[in-house]
Every structure is written in structure tokens, then in C-alpha cells.
Design a protein around this ligand. Structure first.
Ligand code: IDC
Length: 282
């Protein structure tokens, strides 16, 4: 799968629309959209965000993706709330509703949390996952579920050493930012996949991990080539026109962007996807 991620949908809801998703499918060749719903920050789902509005937006995004025949990742975007267990009850209610409403829709993928960080252990990630997965499975036996790995989704070895069993269709996420991370992390990704471990890159950027700074296209090229070579799915960060290197747009266009609306990261990614289109997404 090749995709794009929204920024926080609470902050950039205008990018959650079928016209834009259709444009990106047609013009860039994506087949996947990730809906990032921050949970812990200002406007987050478990802080002061408007829960009902946020759920409505997620539904809108899923429906728009289904309409365009795309895969769609429903992302419980933990970040500053680094320990997943903080909001496990809210997460259960959220994933119960989503997996009930979209049961049997093969488009929909559940990313049960974003990036464990701040000393969150593999055991805590697992404990959280083992509470959320049965809630989804009660509604949908086959939906793909993505589980985060420790240290901002970079410790794939820790996940591999203690996998979750009996949970059905499950993959583990790895994230990278190309200007900051190079061979070492990439080799870890490749060896995990070569050993048969299911890795999904549900977020990456071409900049520093801060999401800002210059893009590193040589590094990005090495990463995307490695992912393509090993059939690893990837999703780029982010659908916004925020003043940061990882934003994909420079103008306020949110429906039918043309080349002049795109940032350097967006242009590079679009061109890469066009040059490496597969039969499936040509
Ligand atoms: C960043 C956004 C930035 C925002 C910040 C905090 O790009 O505008 O101010 O979050 O909310 C991640 C996270 C993702 C980050 C991104 C870049 O999943 O939320 O977005 N990043 O820092 N992990 C590694 C990098």
C-alpha cells in the first residue's frame, strides 16, 4: 500500500474530503489514506477535543476513502500521551464503534495507537493491544490491525521478541524520518521483514523527526527503494499547509491540488510514486 496521512484531523479537517482523496489517487497513485486523530494534545480526543465532532470526521474520512476505493487507516494518534494504558477505556469505546460501523469493509484498517514513547515498554504496548484487539475482533474477524512498536515505532526488534499471538490479521508499525534516520534503522526493518515479521510503515517523512527542516531526497530514495523491494507498505506525513517541511501543501488548496500547490516533499513523493507505479495502483 502507498499512502498519505492527514495531519491532526482536529486541526486540519479541511483535508478530509473525497475530492482530495480522488485527486491524490489519480495524480499521485496512492491507494491508502491515514486519518490521524490526536488523542492527548490540545484539541485531542481524550483532552478537550469535541469527541462527537471528531468521530464524525473519522466517519467522513472513512466514507470518502471507501467512495474512492482506497484503503483507510483509522489512527488513534497517541503522542504526548505516551503510555497507551492512560486512555484504554476511551480507546475501547472508539474502536468498538468504528469496527461495528465498518465491519466487513476490507478498506478499513485499525491503527490502535500511534507511537509508544517516553519509556513506554513493550509489555505496556502489548497489554494495551491485548485489550483493544478483542474489541475489534468481536465486530470484525478479519480487519487488518496495526500495533505500534516502542521508541516512536523504531524498536521493531522488541516487538519481534515478544509478538502478540492469536490475534488474527496483525502487523507492526515502523516509522522513520529520512533526514534523520539512515542505514541502521533501515537494516533493522529489512531484517525483520526477511525473518517473516509483518512490518507496516504507517508514517514516514523526508525531513527531520521534528517534522520540519529540509528534505533529504537521497535518503528517501534509499528508504523507498528498500520498502518497494521488500513489498513494505508506506504512508507519508502530512496533509496540511502548516509551515513545516513535512507538510504537503504550500497553498490553501484542499480539494484539487496542482503542482504549484505542492511542497518539495509532496512533489518528490508524487514523482517517486509515478515512476514506481505497480500494476495494482497504476
Ligand atoms: C508533528 C507535526 C507538528 C506538530 C507535532 C505535535 O508535524 O506540526 O506540532 O506533531 O503535535 C511523529 C508523530 C507526528 C509528528 C511527526 C513530526 O507521529 O504526530 O507530527 N512525527 O514530528 N513521529 C515522528 C515524527
Amino acid at each position: 500500500m502507498r499512502g498519505v496521512s492527514t495531519h491532526g484531523i482536529a486541526w486540519f479537517p479541511q483535508y478530509v474530503n473525497a475530492e482530495l482523496f480522488g485527486n491524490l489517487k489519480r495524480e499521485w497513485g496512492i491507494n491508502t489514506v491515514r486519518l490521524a486523530m490526536y488523542t492527548g494534545e490540545e484539541g485531542g480526543y481524550t483532552t478537550d477535543g469535541n469527541k462527537e465532532e471528531l468521530r464524525k470526521l473519522v466517519h467522513q474520512g472513512v466514507d470518502a476513502a471507501i467512495k474512492q476505493d482506497l484503503y483507510v487507516i483509522v489512527d488513534w494518534h497517541t503522542l504526548s500521551d505516551n503510555n497507551p494504558l492512560i486512555s484504554v477505556d476511551e480507546a475501547k469505546r472508539f474502536f468498538d464503534e468504528m469496527s461495528h460501523d465498518y465491519a466487513g469493509k476490507p478498506n478499513v484498517i485499525y491503527e490502535i495507537r500511534n507511537e509508544p514513547n517516553g519509556g513506554t515498554t513493550r509489555a505496556q504496548v502489548k497489554q494495551y493491544a491485548e485489550q483493544i484487539i478483542p474489541v475489534i475482533r468481536a465486530n470484525d474477524k478479519n480487519a487488518l490491525i496495526l500495533v505500534g512498536t516502542p521508541n516512536w515505532c523504531q524498536n521493531i526488534e522488541a516487538a519481534g521478541a515478544d509478538p502478540i499471538t492469536g490475534a488474527g490479521n496483525l502487523m507492526y508499525t515502523m516509522h522513520f524520518y529520512a533526514a534523520e534516520y539512515h542505514e541502521e534503522l533501515r537494516n533493522a526493518m529489512v531484517s525483520a521483514v526477511e525473518s517473516g515479521f509483518p512490518v507496516f510503515v504507517s508514517e514516514f517523512g523526508l525531513t527531520q523527526a521534528s517534522g520540519d527542516g529540509a528534505i533529504d531526497t537521497a535518503s528517501a530514495q534509499a528508504w523507498l527503494n528498500a520498502m518497494d523491494e521488500h513489498d513494505i507498505s508506506y504512508v507519508i506525513w502530512n496533509l496540511s499547509n502548516k509551515n513545516e517541511g513535512s507538510a504537503l501543501f504550500v497553498t490553501g488548496e484542499t480539494r484539487n491540488p496542482q503542482t504549484s500547490d505542492l511542497t518539495a516533499e509532496a512533489k518528490w513523493y508524487r514523482d517517486y510514486l509515478k515512476q514506481h507505479a505497480t500494476e495494482a495502483n497504476r
